[in-house]
Design a protein around this ligand. Structure first.
Ligand SMILES: *Cc1c(COP(=O)(O)O)cnc(C)c1O
Length: 451
């Protein structure tokens, strides 16, 4: 039994909302309070912060504008085409959606693509529904090594009633332990191995793992939520060419589009089971404004992805090195810090991930706490690690030399114990002149690149 005012949300924050609502009688004021909070966020996070959250990406002006376009008020469900739809009047919507599908196929060099699910969480749910039966065994990575709840007991995989066996990892190098994997997999005989890494520094051994499980018809699914942009830009591994049968991705991470799920595959035999799950199981109307924005971000990726994603990786390598040089231990130092958009620091000595992330946020440096090897899954609320990402700072036009400046800000708070409020002033001075998003058709490349 829980008490009658039980809430999962922070009761203090809900109490503030209730106070705002009871301070006025008019719904107009309540609406104003919502808009004011949105505007405060834009002023702070949008203009004055260095956003180093790895799963966030700024969209281009065109993509952002499309998210509030008229087409988003129209209803479309089901598959593209006159007969497939329930509603009439979808002529232009079909055009937009077909462009989205075809541009995604081009961006990921795949035979099939789906654009309809709101997030990767649902994309993974579609995969589990289409490719497993309750009671089946799958293997996935545990959270301290970077795994995601999508593929674990508490997420879609568990919800599907799957038995989940951990993919063994080398806890120091943060790599799949291939020998241990082969042994465990041969015993467990998983129908799927699903690798979805939210902490991701280096490519995965997709080919080796796929060929081990092929012995009993096991399939490899690459949940590339984080890496989708790097994959599309050709700056990481190419899972569908290395043995994965399905690639899922979140368009709002490195892909730098609107928050969306994407599913890519090549095998025509998967098309019906996946499509039948997407509609009518997980989506009816599917936000055509988001689909239009996704289509344009796919075109941006085709034009700018290679250079943009390469710069993201160069920046994370430079940021990792600069932090390391300033006395902040960085995971993967021996292997060059990172081949992705992420930098993972172990900040246990500075108070742990939770404390450090909140201290940095007071200096307008936005990061997140993260489990790192050595932590237990139950340490999720107070882990030792800190995860940083270079997507937004790269799209703002920054390059390697700027990473030393950012590392200095971070070190002043962590290593030199400066008051975050003092550092914030300098972060704002650095950030305020940077207000243009590059690598898109609106603004092109950063000017230093064109010179
Ligand atoms: C972020 C993430 C997801 C969930 O993506 P959404 O688009 O937010 O639903 C799934 N898998 C992995 C590995 C992730 O990192």
């Amino acid at each position: 039994m829980v008490d009658s005012d039980f809430e999962v949300h922070d009761p203090q924050v809900l109490a503030q909302a209730k106070a705002v609502i009871s301070a006025s009688e008019t719904p107009r004021d309540w609406a104003k309070a919502v808009v004011a909070a949105v505007n405060r966020n834009e002023e702070w996070r949008g203009k004055r912060c260095l956003n180093l959250l790895a799963p966030e990406a700024p969209t281009s002006p065109t993509v952002r504008a499309l998210l509030s376009s008229e087409i988003g008020t129209r209803a479309a469900e089901g598959h593209i085409g006159r007969v497939n739809r329930w509603f009439a009047g979808t002529r232009y919507i079909d055009e937009v959606e077909a462009l989205c599908v075809e541009l995604l196929k081009l961006a990921f060099r795949s035979r099939y693509a789906d654009h309809r699910l709101m997030g990767s969480m649902l994309g993974n749910m579609a995969v589990y529904n289409a490719m497993t039966q309750p009671g089946d065994v799958i293997m996935s990575a545990a959270q301290p090594f970077g795994g995601h709840s999508s593929n674990r007991q508490d997420g879609p995989a568990g919800f599907r009633g799957l038995k989940i066996v951990d993919v063994p990892f080398d806890p120091v190098e943060l790599e799949v332990d291939l020998d241990a994997f082969a042994r465990t997999a041969r015993q467990a005989r998983p129908v799927l191995v699903v690798m979805g890494m939210s902490m991701t520094l280096f490519p995965l051994p997709v080919g080796e793992m796929s060929s081990i499980i092929a012995d009993w018809g096991g399939k490899f699914v690459y949940d590339g939520a984080h890496q989708a942009g790097l994959i599309a830009g050709g700056q990481f591994q190419d899972p569908l060419n290395e043995g994965a049968v399905v690639l899922t991705g979140s368009a709002g991470k490195t892909f730098s589009g609107p928050q969306s799920g994407m599913i890519l595959w090549n095998d025509p035999n998967l098309t019906r089971p996946l499509a039948d799950t997407i509609f009518p199981v997980l989506a009816a109307t599917h936000q055509v404004n988001r689909v239009a924005a996704l289509a344009v971000s796919a075109a941006e990726m085709l034009e700018y992805g290679k250079v943009y994603m390469a710069q993201i990786v160069k920046n994370s390598q430079a940021l990792g090195k600069a932090l390391d040089e300033r006395g902040i231990p960085v995971v993967g130092a021996k292997r060059g810090y990172s081949r992705t958009h992420q930098v993972i620091a172990n900040v246990k000595q500075f108070g742990g991930g939770l404390e450090v992330a909140h201290r940095l946020a007071k200096a307008n440096l936005i990061t997140n706490k993260n489990l790192v090897p050595g932590d237990k899954p139950e340490d999720w609320d107070r882990p030792s690690g800190l995860r940083m990402g270079t997507i937004e700072i790269t799209r703002l036009g920054l390059r390697e030399a700027d990473m030393a400046t950012i590392a200095d800000f971070i070190a002043r708070v962590l290593v030199h114990n400066e008051a975050p409020e003092a550092v914030m002033k300098d972060v704002e001075d650095f950030r305020l002149p940077l207000q243009t998003m590059y690598y898109n058709f609106d603004n092109g490349y950063p000017s230093w690149m064109e010179a």
